[in-house]
Design a protein around this ligand. Sequence first.
Ligand SMILES: C[S@@+](CC[C@H](N)C(=O)[O-])C[C@H]1O[C@@H](n2cnc3c(N)ncnc32)[C@H](O)[C@@H]1O
Length: 252
Amino acid sequence: MYDTAYPANLHDSTERCKPYLTEKKYMNIFDATRKFYNAAGVHPTTDPDDSRSKFAVDRYKDHLPKLIKPGIRALDLGCNAGRFTFAMEDMGAIAIGIDFAEIPLRHAKKVALRRRSQCQFNIGDMAALPYKEDSFDLALLPHNIGYLPYQTLESLSVQLKRILSDNGIFVVTMHDELVKRAGEETLPERYDVQTGLIGGSRTIPDKGTYASPWYFWTVAFAKYIVEKHLPLEEVEQVEENRYVLVFRNRKG
Ligand SMILES: C[S@@+](CC[C@H](N)C(=O)[O-])C[C@H]1O[C@@H](n2cnc3c(N)ncnc32)[C@H](O)[C@@H]1O
């Protein structure tokens, strides 16, 4: 049985994390992340059909609905079991979710059938999105930035410039890692200065312990990278350390 507080209390920030930094396999964040989310499967706090998953979308109740106009084509980047994809559809969007973990994606497709939802779910990697020019009016990266190496956020921004319509928006929700981790005693041992990776592991009950790497992203750095390709429109603070960044595509 999962602890319902997953995933926050499964983060292991002890000495045990350090070996992961030096293991070569750890350095491939894509493999490690996909392996973890396939093993984790679907949990009450991530299942769109469970009311315990709603808190994640509800946090943005004053922010997301005003960005989602009826009929817009929306892409949920790193959709997992689809709670933000379905939420965007409920707000009036034609929504597609993409993720590279098959297990949660399979669940999202089942939920879509059961709900008679029009949401679609695609398997794929944010580093190489399988979409044509002008496919979406909005792309949402909901609290997944930590899984992206610095180069990948930049290549994602370049891809979105093409995939988003003119005036389309890229919405990033994130916390600032410096604010979160200032004073954390084990951080210097877990942090790799060359890449920005923070080592960590998470234990899934009955399944084992998995490497759970995460990149050190600050709001200023994310802004700097994306703004090179998509102009920043606004940054809104949602909670003490939670932000919504909106970038607007200008094709001309
Ligand atoms: C923290 S979960 C968030 C899921 C979803 N946004 C939600 O709130 O339910 C992160 C998801 O991002 C996916 N992910 C991470 N890196 C990815 C990448 N490069 N391409 C596609 N999916 C990725 C993982 O497989 C995982 O399902």
